[in-house]
Design a protein around this ligand. Structure first.
Ligand code: SF4
Ligand code: F3S
Length: 328
């Protein structure tokens, strides 16, 4: 498709990607974003022409699960050609972004890390993308999360309003997540609640959020120069527009009233519906069934465990008990 596109060929040569990997990446992104195949061309052109987008990744009150998720999005098996391995999504993404600051990953620490942050803010005013992982504690003036003696809220107020866009990566950054579960002793909250004035903001809930959705959001931003269409909770429709249940691989069993009734029973062995084991798929909006996890090999329901609704608001409180239907 791109044989006449000199710019793309040049870009592919300059990058670490070969053209096959690059086009596969663009196709995967178009599919994840629910865009027609003609947009593969547009994505490829935009990525091949774009200068690297500087990224600041902040971590607040969290378990670093989203960073782990990011780091482990390594090479993935080709779903069409068994045995063929593609570069990981993050390998591919790092050709188009430049992670300028990430406390867990970068070498500087202490005062040197603060200097690094200030240098990035000065170098790229209003040009950087800020990804936030973790909640912001507000109780007792925010003392439950301090970095270099500064509260998470103070750092967020310095960095987020001057970003060209902000992304809350994972449920903790979206609505407080686990730290905000009752009784929420630290007064944990999400970043949009802490700084309501953020105008160009995306929420990617999940525990952790799926890196495929993060990468697709960034690719969309680079391609179209604006954020994808979102619902009233700032969640992109492409990732959180539909409930898992209707497109679940076990939905036929649900329709046939074939339910797992105990872990390890015949129904469980036969892959029947997990509704009676507490699956929250009927109430959970996510694209997990399509993008999956662990290099796209599997997902919770595919592995025989019900969905616990980890993409839904305040799920630690609203979806428990995890192993009983919510209506019980
Ligand atoms: Fe729905 Fe869960 Fe059953 Fe899948 S396993 S059909 S999401 S109730
Ligand atoms: Fe979370 Fe349910 Fe997906 S538990 S990872 S939303 S299948």
């Amino acid at each position: 498709m791109y044989s006449q596109n000199d710019q793309l060929s040049e870009s592919a040569q300059q990058s670490n990607l070969n053209r096959r990997d690059f086009l596969r990446f663009c196709s995967l992104m178009a599919a994840t974003l629910a865009l027609p195949t003609l947009y593969v061309d547009k994505i490829a052109k935009a990525l091949s022409l774009a200068t690297r987008l500087p990224v600041i990744w902040l971590e607040f009150q969290d378990c670093a699960g989203d960073t782990e998720s990011f780091l482990r999005a390594g090479s993935r098996s080709d779903p069409i050609q068994p045995g063929v391995t593609d570069p990981g999504l993050v390998d591919l993404l790092l050709d188009f972004i430049s992670v300028e600051y990430h406390e867990t990953l970068m070498a500087p620490s202490g005062f040197a890390s603060e200097k690094s942050l200030n240098e990035v803010l000065e170098k790229y005013p209003n040009q950087y993308l800020c990804i936030v992982e973790g909640s912001i504690p507000q109780a007792q003036n925010g003392i439950f999360c301090t970095i270099r003696g500064r509260t998470a809220l103070s750092i967020a107020q310095q960095v987020l309003p001057n970003a060209m866009a902000t992304i809350a990566m994972g449920s903790c950054a979206v609505d407080g997540g686990l730290p905000a579960a009752l009784p929420n002793l630290t007064g944990a909250t999400g970043i949009l609640n802490a700084i309501p004035s953020l105008g160009n903001h995306v929420n990617l809930p999940g525990c952790p959020a799926n890196v495929v959705n993060l990468v697709a959001t960034i690719v969309y931003l680079i391609t179209f120069n604006h954020l994808p269409e979102m619902d009233s909770r700032h969640r992109p429709y492409f990732a959180y527009g539909e409930e898992i249940h209707e497109e679940c691989e076990r939905h036929n069993f649900y329709e046939q009233d074939k339910f797992v009734l105990a872990w390890g029973d015949e129904g469980h062995k036969n892959g029947w519906c997990l509704f009676n084991m507490g699956c929250k798929g009927p109430e959970t909006k996510s694209n997990c069934q399509w993008v999956k996890w662990n290099d796209s090999t599997n997902w919770p329901i595919g592995a025989g465990h019900g969905c616990i609704g980890c993409t839904m608001p305040s799920f630690w409180d609203t979806m428990t008990p995890f192993y009983q239907p919510v209506d019980d």
